[in-house]
Design a protein around this ligand. Structure first.
Ligand code: F0G
Length: 429
């Protein structure tokens, strides 16, 4: 059965052809983000226990301490608030922050504090064709070089988006830890997708077979001095961020930051986070189900010849747009053009690879299709695949875009509006 196309409206495409700016409720298949925060269907497939106020002695902070092993924990409304706090604690003007491809919000906070993100990801992170399993590994020679200068901290994203959602090995993180310690530099994890990373370690890193995922998570955390986390990706909650620290003095400064800027949380929000932390301490089946859905989508698309990045990522499938719509030049914003056309025709959207558009890297030509946890089932993923396969047939008819307006600030490209370069004829391939 052919997937149903969206009805077109006379007003054309709202939000200046920038599909990422549309509200989630108007999108049939919303793969913009795996964040449950703004997802119209968030947790549609999750058995929600009634959210209770935190029981005595079992606050979000104690639950986080038990799960990850850091003595000091500060729970906030969002991951990027955690990043703001951490950057404020550790980054000084002129200091570098070596990273295995920092997430845009992480990087923005480092830069707002006067720091400078330096990429120390291994070459495999930039090779979507390459099937190696651990693409988030750090290139230790690059790190050694970066550590010669003034360094605020080493920033490691688990299942890094910039590397296609692939994990970092325990062995690589141990080596990172050792190099950083030699120079007295702290290591900070962005543990937003640490469960997928730990699952991949259990399944593919030599010497870890049979270990529990929670034990591997604690070992990863044990190699870091601090951690930031957005809870809305790997935990069944629509709210939450976390900063976890070992150092008591930094913790006290962190609490001052929270005192000054607030946590952004209501009691209801804290109760939802506590329920989610409790759930994830017991049962990670919802994470494994999401990973299976990602593999299913990847396999369907690969079988039909769509240029998907390999292997499937932890939380998303990436499509190589340069290979998909080669008739569009880089100046015609092929990723945004594909996203706008996918939404217009099939009500499906993904997101441009989360990395600053000003980076002229290969990563910039990837479209990410992210699947949130506990939200979609197999039949829905199959329906999404049908849309993408149908789009594959008509892709040569997709017009390019030109910028109408892009605010001249670092985050401006995310809010840019576009217009079509000129209607192309519909051609079925
Ligand atoms: N770190 C990582 C690795 C993330 O993926 C995100 C958000 C954040 C930090 C910020 O957390 O949204 O709670 O403020 N990622 C979403 C995404 C937006 O689509 O990948 P937040």
């Amino acid at each position: 059965m052919k997937p149903r196309e969206q009805e077109r409206t006379d007003e054309g495409f709202p939000y200046g052809e920038n599909a990422a700016m549309l509200p989630s409720a108007g999108v049939r298949w919303d793969l913009l983000s795996d964040s449950l925060q703004h997802h119209a269907r968030a947790l549609a497939r999750f058995e929600r226990s009634p959210v209770e106020p935190e029981a005595d002695g079992e606050t979000c902070e104690t639950l986080a301490r038990e799960l990850f092993g850091f003595p000091h924990n500060i729970v906030l409304g969002q991951g990027r608030q955690a990043e703001a706090l951490l950057a404020r604690l550790l980054v000084r003007p002129g200091y570098a922050v070596p990273a295995n491809l920092a997430f845009p919000t992480t990087r923005l906070h480092q830069e707002l504090c006067g720091g400078c993100s330096v990429c120390v990801a291994g070459a495999q992170a930039f090779e979507p064709e390459e099937s190696s399993a651990f693409k988030s590994d750090v290139d230790l020679d690059l790190l050694r070089e970066a550590l010669r200068g003034q360094v605020a901290y080493v920033c490691i994203e688990c299942s890094a988006n910039g590397a296609g959602g692939h994990p970092i090995r325990l062995e690589n993180l141990r080596a990172v830890r050792a190099l950083a310690s030699e120079r007295g530099v702290p290591v900070v994890l962005d543990a937003t997708r640490i469960f997928e990373n730990a699952l991949r370690i259990r399944d593919a890193e030599p010497g870890t077979k049979g270990r529990s995922v929670h034990a591997i998570v604690r070992e990863l955390c044990g190699l870091a001095d601090a951690m930031t986390l957005s809870l809305t990706k790997d935990f069944p909650t629509r709210v939450g961020g976390l900063v976890a620290l070992r150092d008591e003095t930094l913790y006290q400064h962190g609490l001052d930051f929270e005192l000054a800027s607030g946590s952004g949380l209501t009691l209801g929000g804290r109760a939802e986070i506590a329920a989610a932390l409790r759930h994830a301490s017991r049962d990670l089946a919802y994470i494994e189900r999401r990973m299976a859905l990602v593999r299913r989508l990847h396999a369907r698309l690969a079988a039909e010849g769509l240029p998907v990045a390999n292997p499937p990522g932890a939380h998303a499938v990436w499509i190589r747009v340069d290979a998909w719509v080669p008739h569009l030049r880089v100046e015609e914003f092929p990723v945004e053009a594909v996203n706008a056309a996918l939404h217009e025709r099939f009500g499906l959207r993904g997101s441009p690879q989360p990395a600053f558009a000003r980076e002229p890297s290969a990563a910039a030509s990837l479209l990410r299709l992210a699947l949130p946890v506990a939200t979609f089932n197999e039949a829905e993923v199959d329906a999404m695949a049908e849309c993408l396969i149908e789009f594959h047939r008509i892709r040569a008819s997709i017009p390019g875009l030109r910028v109408v307006h892009a605010p001249a600030v670092p985050g401006g490209p995310f809010r840019a509006t576009y217009a079509r370069c000129g209607a192309a004829e519909t051609v079925a391939l």
